[in-house]
Design a protein around this ligand. Sequence first.
Ligand code: SF4
Length: 284
Amino acid sequence: MAVDVKLQKIMIDGGFTCPNRDGRVGRGGCSFCLCESFNPQYCRRHSSIAEQIEAGKDFFRNKYPRMRYLAYFQAYTSTYAPVDVLRRRYDEALAVEDVIGLVVATRPDCVDDDVLSLLDSIRERGYSVTVELGCESFYDRTLVRINRGHSAASSVEALRLCHARGIPVTVHLILGLPGESRDDILAEADMINALPVTSLKLHQLQILRGARIAEEWEHNKGDFLVFTMESYAGLAAAFVRRLRDNIHVERFVSSAPVDMLLAPRFGVRPAVVEARIRELLRRA
Ligand code: SF4
């Protein structure tokens, strides 16, 4: 009997920085960002890209009988370097046995024709390539408030450029950013419906100890939606219900290490929250 081949993303830190930290766009980064919160145990900046992937393969080795891998350049802004540097780092990942493609996480103002030509050339070599685009909000007033350093228009433009080349994009959106009401958030579903978006990852705003937004939250809690597990599940389900049918929601909820998380603390695993959202969607 044939055994299915399963595809597993392996998160790696490609050694990039971010224009919102090194001064090109801003310093200090987005107010919610604490990069330490999203690197898994096997992903270490001081290891080479190939070593990180091999460590990831070891980590997932027993998950399925037959596996192939996507190298997920997740940390910081993974298109933020000269194109020849990008090519070398992507190629190092693609040279690892059983890696069949890339997932490249970036911000809208770091997507341009040079980067997309490089990604296109990798696709022409037969590899899968997906861009993960951190839009986070489609309200300029929010983007300013969280020190994001780009506008909603730049998200729209990046989506347009990727779409023109047929490069799949997964948009990241944070629900619960300061100053956004439930209605504001739901209206973003309509904005997304009008854009060439095929795939979406939703995150609840997580207030992390040490992130700058933690201070704002401490002093101004009234400007934040206070999510319980049930209220977040209800909002996420209402949001998804409002999306076009052909937008695939890849993620409904995020998880940061509990010791870093000030709020919201759902007290259950992300899988339980996702199951609740799916249950609400089935009832719709
Ligand atoms: S969220 Fe991304 S763009 Fe913002 S500071 Fe962190 S790495 Fe940079």
